[in-house]
Write a new protein. Sequence first.
Length: 143
Amino acid sequence: MRKVVGFLVGGLFGAGLLVSGMTDTDKVQGFLDFFGDWDVTLAFVMSGAILPMALAWRLTIGRTPALGGQFPSQPAPRLDTKLIGGSVLFGMGWGLVGLCPGPAMASIFWGSAGGLIFLVAMVGGMMATPPLRKRLDARLATS
């Protein structure tokens, strides 16, 4: 049952990305073009996600999911090099390509080669990060 619900919720999320324009790379890059032909509409999409998520964090306190397991813990509100570095890399990829992970996955279903290439590169980066992070941490520990 969890997989069925997960599939339905994922489909709803993907449909929301399509309807909102988050999978349209021109629209995303237009949003990031503050000093050119700025398209503010995605700011409403992203800010519209903040309130429900803040509410969801409050509603999960002391509860368990209906389909089993546990709710993830709320992330620590601290800035560290991993968070800042990851945010910079995420922003660079989003700005260069006009896609982030969710919209990239949604975009492959209508035959977008650019979305598929981005998705493959993203998965490669995710696979390369743990060993690179381990080497970097070991190098920093010996310094």
